[in-house]
Design a protein around this ligand. Structure first.
Ligand code: ATP
Ligand code: MG
Length: 373
């Protein structure tokens, strides 16, 4: 984990209903909440320009100096040149290859457009075809930190975006050093905010690659929460206002297509469908992961996997299984993929009882020729 830094807060005006929500959450706030005053920091153009210069100088994060904690100057998206700047899709494909990922044409093109246009990409496809690895490889190639949000059922804002540090707030309240009116600005300030992956990604001083992995595991409310981030690169925290990204992340969302995602989410993203690769590309991938495996064994393995995929299986073998199989054959010292080898190692690529039966039944018909060749 990277060291925790203060979040890059860009408090601005709070939308009325969000502000109301903030008040609603703040139980026992008899005196009302005038935190809007705290967040209204928009200044004139000159002031803004000066602030921008300062922001460039110190990486963007600053507190309000003499005015003390609770006052934050607006931060802008920094227009720093990218450390690595792909000039074309081909250029990006070469960079990804050096980072250990072999991208097909459409993958390279969409990733290039995402990096250059700053649009999020929704990557869909079956399990094990390289969706997550694409984000990892992009982060290696672009020399950016990878910020990963692993989605699951029930994931909420508190785990994905931010959470108030209730323990710390309580301790501050119990210390009893300040009046309540002063205290509430204090305890709903950045020092009491726990930054979760999404907030971390937009408040990082250096641009990152943000991977929102397996978005289809979450519900539609979570998707709705993401919309502001994906289209405007900002989030709204009721108590603090709008927080704008300091740097523009490259965002990848992955989905196994277990449920249809909303149109609103899709509209904000470029789309990439990653399927099982052509044999030629798969062979290259297998050889990249197991260069010691004899070339003819790798070629036969890829051909067999292709044929197995054509059977009507519940879970066809993916690239991940091809690589696992290649590693196993290497370990076993196999110098051919014959019928005996295939039978004894079948469970590496086929992982459902009914699929095993299907493959066993069809082996003679469909695979016999290749295995005995
Ligand atoms: N184009 C590729 N180049 C190199 N390696 C690849 C490529 N595609 C997949 N792999 C390898 O295949 C394996 C599976 O990839 P990954 O975990 O990204 O799949 P996934 O699509 O995210 O699967 P899931 O939906 O189950 O999460 C990884 O070990 C990865 O390195
Ligand atoms: Mg994955």
């Amino acid at each position: 984990m990277s060291p925790r830094r203060p979040p890059a807060l860009v408090p601005r005006e709070v939308e009325p209903e969000r502000e109301q929500q903030g008040r609603d959450r703040d139980e026992g706030d008899a005196e009302g909440d005038d935190r809007v005053g705290l967040v209204d920091v928009a200044g004139g153009a000159d002031e803004e320009a000066e602030r921008h210069q300062q922001d460039e100088g110190d990486g963007g994060w600053r507190e309000g100096g003499e005015q003390g904690a609770g006052e934050y100057r607006p931060l802008r998206i920094l227009s720093r040149p990218m450390a690595v700047f792909p000039a074309s899709a081909q250029d990006l494909a070469t960079g990804l290859r050096e980072a250990g990922y072999l991208a097909g044409e459409s993958t390279a093109l969409v990733a290039f457009l995402a990096a250059r246009l700053g649009k999020p990409v929704l990557v869909e496809g079956p399990a094990g075809v390289g969706k997550t690895e694409l984000a990892k490889a992009l982060s290696r190639y672009l020399e950016r930190e990878l910020v990963r949000l692993q989605c699951y059922e029930g994931l909420d804002e508190a785990k994905a975006l931010y959470e108030w540090n209730y323990r710390k707030q309580l301790l501050r309240i119990q210390a009893g050093e300040k009046e309540w009116s002063e205290l509430q600005d204090d305890i709903f300030g950045p020092d009491f905010l726990l930054e979760r992956p999404l907030l971390h990604a937009i408040s990082a001083s250096e641009p990152v690659v943000l991977l929102i992995d397996e978005i289809d595991k979450t519900d539609q409310e979570f998707e709705a929460m993401l919309l502001e981030l994906l289209s405007d690169f900002q989030v709204t925290i009721p108590e603090l206002g709008r927080i704008e990204a300091r740097t523009h992340p490259v965002v990848l969302l992955t989905s196994n297509n277990t449920r249809e995602l909303t149109e609103a989410l899709k509209r904000r993203c470029l789309y990439l469908w990653l399927d099982y690769p052509e044999s030629e590309l798969e062979l290259e991938i297998v050889r990249m992961h197991t260069p010691e495996l004899p070339a003819h064994v790798a070629a036969k393995l890829v051909e067999v996997v292709r044929l197995v995929r054509e059977l009507d299986l519940k879970k066809p073998p993916s690239i991940a299984e091809s690589i696992d199989w290649a590693r196993a054959l290497l370990l076993l010292g196999a110098d051919d993929v014959d019928e005996a080898t295939f039978r004894s190692t079948l469970s590496i690529i086929v992982k459902h009882r009914t699929d095993l039966d299907t493959v066993a039944e069809r082996m003679g018909l469909k695979l016999g020729g290749v295995l005995s060749a």
